[in-house]
Design a protein around this ligand. Structure first.
Ligand code: PLP
Length: 404
């Protein structure tokens, strides 16, 4: 019998957040069990509602959407994105430098497909949002991981980054605010990354999709605003800040030294037009999303859901013997550490699987984010405190007897 195998292009593509733990969760769900999913940053199932204003604007636009838009997106959306970038201190950007996409995901893949040849290297954080590593590999490149240091609030370790630059390195991916750690990088750290990129003429890829989900009165600094002389691609979108992941809407902006990138831009334009355009009705709310900051802010201050859920989960996890976690300042993730010795840990995926079977709670093991040691996991703290409480108490109970 003729069989069909997956493309060889996928052979080395590692996207470990699927795998045996997800398979087991799906099996349990099929058997009728209820699983609490703390594994994916999708706000909708946890009672976050799309604002009425957004729904109204999109429905009004549905009747006016005439079909495919320009492959980069509708003008009104791209103008709003340019205005937003300028407000964040990003210079030298016009509507021609903006590409809308069906989520940031599509644009991450496109940015790598348009650039890389076999052997090219991209510096990607560890832990990372794993689509970056997967997209680099799918495009024929090699993802070289630099360490983010838990001892220093999960900031990138600049010396480690420096030591991994070779003559094949083309760019550095910076995820700020960070998934999975929830870290927010200060200006001094960002400046050191920019300096390193400047020394080696590297492209900066700034994934800033959580830039409007910052707590504690802190301010997000756009990487591109510190690097007007370097080629920078900044990524942002609506999935997280406006809790509408299913609308599939994101954007990518090129700025800085575009002279350097004429060939790359040609590649990006080709790929952009090959998919015709991104979801047009979703693009029609970008201007609203970017001008009405109140839509998001109330969740992030004391009394707001994301803030209170963060406060609870941070304290409750740290109260479990053998668990420690750095307090996240942004997004809705926390990346706790397990005491490897105490639990005799050898395999973090096995830990997530055992916990799932026992307590019916789905977490993602640290390895899913290209974290090498088997001692971390990620919690998405989107559910209400009452729900989180059940999960964290379950974890405390599980870890009181669990040894690998
Ligand atoms: N970048 C980061 C850091 C993310 O965490 C995510 C989603 O979780 C994405 C990009 C992709 O977002 P979307 O494709 O929904 O815009």
């Amino acid at each position: 019998m003729k069989t069909y195998e997956k493309s060889q292009k996928l052979n080395n593509v590692c996207y470990d957040i699927r795998g045996p733990v997800m398979d087991e969760a799906n099996r349990m769900i099929a058997q009728g069990m209820e699983i609490l999913k703390l594994n994916i940053g999708n706000p909708a199932p946890f009672g976050f509602h799309t604002s009425e204003k957004l729904i109204k604007q999109m429905s009004e636009n549905l009747t006016n959407t005439e079909g495919y838009s320009d492959s980069k997106g509708i003008m009104q959306a791209r103008e709003a994105i340019v205005k937003y970038c300028k407000k964040k201190g990003i210079e030298n950007i016009t509507v021609d430098d903006v590409y809308t996409g069906n989520g940031v995901s599509e644009l991450i893949t496109m940015s790598m497909q348009g650039l890389l040849d076999y052997g090219d290297e991209i510096l990607v954080p560890s832990p990372d949002y794993p689509l970056w590593t997967a997209s680099v590999t799918l495009a024929g490149g090699t993802a070289v991981h630099y360490i983010c240091d838990e001892q220093s609030e999960w900031y990138p370790d600049i010396e480690d980054m420096r030591s991994k630059i070779t003559d094949k390195t083309k760019g550095i991916v910076v995820i700020n605010p960070n998934n999975p750690t929830g870290a927010l990088y200060p200006k001094e750290v960002l400046e050191q990354i920019v300096e390193l990129a400047r020394e080696h003429e590297l492209i900066l890829f700034a994934d800033e999709i959580y830039d409007r989900l910052v707590m504690d009165g802190e301010e997000h600094i756009a990487l591109a605003s510190l690097a007007p002389d370097l080629l920078t691609l900044s990524f942002n979108g609506m999935s997280k800040s406006h809790l509408i992941a299913g609308y599939r809407c994101g954007w990518m902006c090129l700025c800085g030294n575009k002279e350097q990138a004429k060939g790359y831009v040609e590649g990006l334009n080709l790929l952009s037009s090959m998919r015709l355009c991104s979801n047009v009705p979703a693009q029609s709310v970008i201007d609203l999303v970017l001008t009405d900051e109140e839509l998001t802010k109330e969740m992030l201050v004391p009394g707001g859901r994301i803030y209170e859920q963060r406060e609870y989960v941070y304290k409750a996890l740290n109260d479990i013997p053998g668990v420690s976690a750095v307090k996240p300042k942004a997004a809705f993730y926390i990346f706790p550490k397990l005491d490897k010795k105490k639990f005799n840990l050898k395999d973090d995926e096995q830990f997530a699987l055992d916990f799932l079977k026992e307590k019916k709670v789905l977490l993602t093991h640290g390895g899913g984010f290209h974290w090498e040691e088997p001692d971390h996991f990620r919690v998405v703290y989107l559910p209400e405190v009452e729900v989180l409480k059940k999960a964290v108490e379950g974890l405390g109970d599980f870890l009181s007897y669990y040894r690998q």
